[in-house]
Design a protein around this ligand. Structure first.
Ligand code: XMP
Length: 518
């Protein structure tokens, strides 16, 4: 791939916001990459960034084991922006003083801008609201190193924004990357365009063109296989790889028997008729259900599904001769997780649906999405002309409906859950709420309750409806669905789904609950 012209290096000192910084940069169409704080100076030179951003971090610069980057970075002549801990570290390394405090300043603050231009270009006539920033720090810079001047202050933090007079070194005590810093985007934009002189060139159109070329170069005339599920990541991956190598790509779709109503048919149609890919479809329902029979423990269900999947996939793949490559929809957050400093930013949870495949099949990996965040993958999907319904699809766990029925997995329960799920999705879409919600689905409980139907007493099953808002699946809050919609869901499920006489709504947030029930 021809490298993106202008790049920003984000060094991670363990901030929970590191990824956010990288995304804010990319939103300005400048490519950014995250590396741990101790990324070797030589590699920084080779990477040749237009600018470097030091993230914040939970440590104190004086603390034993605190992440300390090389002082040489400050002498490369590459513009640097230190955020929070990043600023404190720069101050310390250049001869200033940082005061340690156990009291954190956390929350909004209003800065007073002493000098506009540079990071504060366009801030000449800003009102109080526009000067609102987000603080989250314990330590603070007590005395500035020689050559620095103060650009902004608050009563609590006299050193709130600084610059070196002769060198391109800038620092902020607050967090421009978080949404609560009202003009944060402009500050980042100023760093990129005023200070680093970046040219915006990172677009998903250019990404697709380059990624296709890159896959072509990597694969040549070789054969590629890849597991697909019909989810956003694997479908975008498949569309891209298909565009690059055409018939040499064999996407393999395994029906694990715990998919939603009509899902397998829809996926097959999408891949064959719309994307015109060489899809290999294998319905392994019987094998999965046999392996799951009588199993009630959620983790055991997951393991069985994972193991069986690998067996079936490997078996299918072995039928294709001379395969050299395995394509995967690995995304940037998974990559960061493996390279990043072990701070909070590294604790992003990801479930690898097809985890274990590379170990089971020692093939060369093709991972065209490994530089992308999820929202960028969706944009790539749009560029590739994938249908909107696919791009906006809610996440669906690899173990599928198996972890949405408590206790064991049976064909009857699957049938019940499929009907309920179809109703829930249909009604939520009809209400125009689908795109606003992270996930919404029914769960089938392993109990029966008493009801009446006409003159008869019934003794039937209970469906739970779970709807959550979330940004990344790490935390979630239940959705305040309108009562009349809940009423419609309950009526339809009880009337149309055989064997259900009660519907309840889950009003738990995560934490302490989880999104799924198992
Ligand atoms: P929890 O239930 O942990 O879920 O709050 C967070 C997000 O992860 C999804 N999830 C899974 N995805 N395999 C997956 O591919 C799994 O085993 C799995 N378990 C949970 C869940 O749907 C939610 O989006």
């Amino acid at each position: 791939m021809t490298e993106p012209a202008d790049k920003i290096l984000v060094l991670d000192f363990g901030s929970q916001y590191t990824q956010l910084i990288a995304r804010r940069v990319r939103e300005q169409q400048v490519y950014s990459e995250i590396q741990p704080y101790n990324f070797p100076v030589e590699k920084v030179r080779t990477f040749n960034p237009r600018g470097i951003i030091f993230s914040g971090g939970p440590s104190s610069v004086y603390q034993e084991g605190a992440p300390i980057s090389s002082e040489k970075l400050l002498n490369l002549g590459i513009p640097i922006l230190g955020i929070c801990y990043g600023l404190q570290l720069i101050a310390l390394q250049m001869g200033g003083e940082v005061a340690h405090s156990d009291r954190r300043e956390y929350g909004p603050a209003v800065i007073e801008i002493l000098k506009t231009g540079g990071l504060f270009k366009g801030f000449e006539h800003v009102d109080e609201k526009e000067r609102r920033v987000w603080m989250s720090h314990g330590d603070r810079v007590e005395s500035l190193p020689e050559g620095f001047e103060i650009l902004a202050r608050t009563d609590n933090s006299p050193v709130c924004a600084v610059r070196h007079r002769d060198r391109p070194i800038w620092g902020l005590q607050f967090h421009p990357e978080v949404h609560h810093t009202v003009r944060g985007r402009d500050i980042i934009r100023n760093f990129l365009f005023e200070i680093c002189g970046c040219v915006p060139s990172w677009t998903m159109q250019s990404f697709v063109a380059e990624a296709v070329e890159k896959v072509k170069r990597q694969v040549g005339k070789g054969k590629v296989i890849g597991a697909v599920s019909g989810g956003v990541d694997s479908t975008v991956m498949a569309a891209l790889v298909g565009r690059a190598v055409g018939d040499h790509f064999y996407p393999i779709f395994v029906n694990n028997g715990v998919l939603r109503k009509n899902e397998a048919e829809e996926v097959v149609r999408l891949y064959r008729d719309k994307l015109h890919l060489n899809l290999i479809y294998h319905d392994a329902t019987d094998r999965f259900l046999a392996a799951l029979k009588g199993v009630t423990d959620p983790e055991e269900k997951r393991k069985i599904i994972g193991r069986t999947f690998i067996d079936v996939f490997v078996h299918e793949a072995e039928k294709i001769e001379g395969v050299e490559f395995l394509a995967q929809g690995t995304l940037y957050p998974d990559v960061i997780e493996s390279v990043s400093f072990k701070g909070p930013s590294a604790t992003i949870k990801s479930h690898h649906n097809v985890g274990g495949l590379p170990e089971a099949m020692p093939l060369k990996l093709v991972e065209p999405l490994r530089e992308l965040f999820k929202d960028e993958v969706r944009q790539v999907g749009k560029v590739l002309g994938l249908p909107e319904v696919l791009i906006g699809r809610h996440p669906f766990p690899g173990p599928g409906l198996a972890i949405r029925m408590l206790d064991d997995v049976t064909p009857d329960k699957l049938a019940t859950l499929r009907e309920a799920d179809a109703i829930v999705t249909e009604e939520i879409r009809r209400a125009g709420l689908y795109d606003e919600i992270w996930q919404v689905f029914p769960v089938l409980l392993p109990i029966r309750t008493v009801g009446v139907m006409g003159d008869e007493r019934t003794y039937e099953q209970v469906i739970v409806i779970r709807a959550v808002h979330s940004v990344d699946g790490m935390t979630a809050d239940w959705v305040r669905l309108p009562y009349d919609l809940l009423a419609r869901l309950s009526n339809r499920i009880i009337n149309e789904v055989k064997g259900v006489n009660r519907v309840v709504y889950d009003i738990s947030s995560k934490p302490p609950s989880t999104i799924e029930w198992e």
